[in-house]
Design a protein around this ligand. Structure first.
Ligand SMILES: O=C(O)CCC(=O)C(=O)O
Ligand SMILES: [Fe+2]
Length: 470
């Protein structure tokens, strides 16, 4: 812990530094969460802010006997409520027109619980379909993945002097044998190669086709209802065709995943992800990291107009990076120790309007739309109590279907002087650069690793294809 608190700040470019500072809050939260698993994330954040972002002081304070722990009586599915009860209406609630959207009463430090698909679509960058698969198909897939998950492992990563492991296990599946070989030998995740890559089981393959169809419909509906009929800038106009799936297993109420955005490196900008939940119901939390008045469209437009100023760097290829979010919560610790002075501004970005908890029951498909990864963070928080599932017991299985874009294959993306593919990131902190994408040394994603200071603005055409020889 000392090493963490006293470590010298690495020199970074302003954009890298800004993003890393913001992410350092997540790393700190992940550490605090692992040191104090019984304390709610919101409480951790509040206490950390009260201690100017100092992890050690926060941890000491949390050892006090009077710190409220999570109640042991929580149930996984509280009574159904609709956001309509919490919202101030400025027009028809449930309307899909952006101008008529209701204003949320969720405030910094509070959590709104959403169950109703209309509320979820209205107030988050996600849509949900309950009872997605025929019941017997869902159960049979669940059974298969429970069996598979027996050989899943926790992802481990280095956090300064400690090796930390993800608080759940996972497995990675791709469509073809060729992709499997490429994943093992060409893709790089946090500087390492993935050794356990599997091909989609026949059931995962069959369900993939159903997910693909549903997600494409949802994408079109979202574009109509939320974006005036126009896809987001940089969003791919091509139909969404998933070719990979991460399968996570959360065994028991304490298994979780910290706050993160899924890595863009191999998915490209504005990715869409289809996330199928099976087994125990858990809370999927989202929180906006770009203020609403810098709304997605504004944000992107602003960023785009900046993007011609990249004299410094466009060039070769596009990129890669971790697909798996999990690694994100570990990531970017590079500037952790600078924290004190920025913790306030971090918090502004980190918890702008409170968190929203989306309850994900067995057999629900959540679509994370193109406005999600760049502007929001998500997590699955630990909880005290769950309702056991008749097939899965205490376990929850989550499958995220993803599309690895060919243009973002590591052979097409910039390499940094460290010899590995750079990672693709987006500016979320410095207002003047919101929405600008950049490539940076992968070590910016690996806590405790001193890498090079490789930094290059990324340029895309409107459809998210790399330009400028990248
Ligand atoms: O388990 C979930 O619902 C989300 C998992 C996730 O965020 C991820 O794998 O990136
Ligand atoms: Fe994720």
């Amino acid at each position: 812990m000392d090493a963490f608190v006293t470590r010298k700040k690495r020199k970074l470019s302003p954009e890298t530094s800004a993003t890393a500072q913001e992410d350092s809050t997540d790393v700190k939260l992940a550490i605090l969460s692992s040191l104090h698993p019984g304390i709610d994330q919101e409480m951790l954040l509040d206490v950390m802010l009260a201690h100017d972002g100092n992890v050690e002081a926060t941890s000491q304070a949390l050892k006090a006997p009077d710190v409220p722990r999570k109640s042991g009586t929580g149930v996984a599915m509280p009574a159904q409520s609709s956001l309509r009860t919490f919202a101030i209406s400025s027009g028809a609630c449930g309307s899909s027109t952006p101008s008529k959207r209701v204003k949320l009463l969720s405030r910094k430090g509070t959590t709104l619980h959403l169950y109703d698909p209309v509320d979820i679509s209205e107030h988050t960058p996600c849509t949900i379909i309950h009872n997605f698969l025929p019941a017997d198909e869902a159960n049979s897939l669940l059974q298969e993945l429970l069996e598979e998950s027996k050989s899943f492992e926790k992802i481990t990563f280095k956090l300064f002097d400690n090796v930390v492991s993800s608080p759940h296990t996972s497995g990675f599946y791709v469509s073809t044998y060729k992709e499997l070989q490429e994943q093992k030998h060409e893709y790089v995740y946090n500087g390492s190669r993935m050794t356990d890559v599997r091909t989609l089981t026949p059931q995962l393959e069959r369900v993939k086709a159903r997910v693909q169809e549903a997600v494409n419909k949802e994408i079109q509906a979202r574009i109509r209802t939320h974006h005036g009929g126009k896809k987001l800038r940089y969003q791919s106009p091509a139909p969404w065709t998933p070719n990979a799936a991460f399968v996570n297993c959360y065994n028991g109420p304490q298994e979780s995943v910290g706050w993160h955005s899924d890595q863009l490196t191999y998915l490209g900008p504005r990715p869409v992800i289809g996330s199928l939940s099976l087994g125990v119901t858990r809370e999927f939390r989202v929180r906006r990291i770009i203020p609403q008045d810098g709304d997605s469209t504004t944000t992107t437009t602003t960023s785009n107009s900046n993007s011609n100023s990249n004299s410094n760097s466009n060039s070769n290829s596009n990129s890669n990076s971790n697909s798996n979010s999990n690694s994100n919560s570990n990531s970017n610790s590079n500037s952790n120790s600078n924290s004190n002075s920025n913790s306030n501004s971090n918090s502004n970005n980190q918890d702008l309007a409170g968190q929203i908890a989306i309850h994900l029951p067995h057999n629900s498909l959540l679509v994370m739309h193109a406005d999600m990864q760049e502007e929001w963070k998500h997590s699955v928080s630990p909880t005290q109590a769950i309702d056991p599932h008749p097939v899965a017991g205490n376990r929850r299985i989550n499958i995220t279907y993803r599309h690895y874009r060919q243009g973002f294959h590591p052979r097409n993306t910039p390499r940094c002087p460290c010899g590995v593919p750079a990672v693709l990131r987006v500016v979320t902190k410095k207002r003047e650069n919101w929405g600008r994408y950049f490539w940076m040394c992968y070590t910016g994603n690996v806590a405790g690793k001193e890498g090079c200071d490789f930094f290059r603005w990324a340029e895309f055409d409107d459809d998210g294809n790399t330009v400028g020889g990248e």
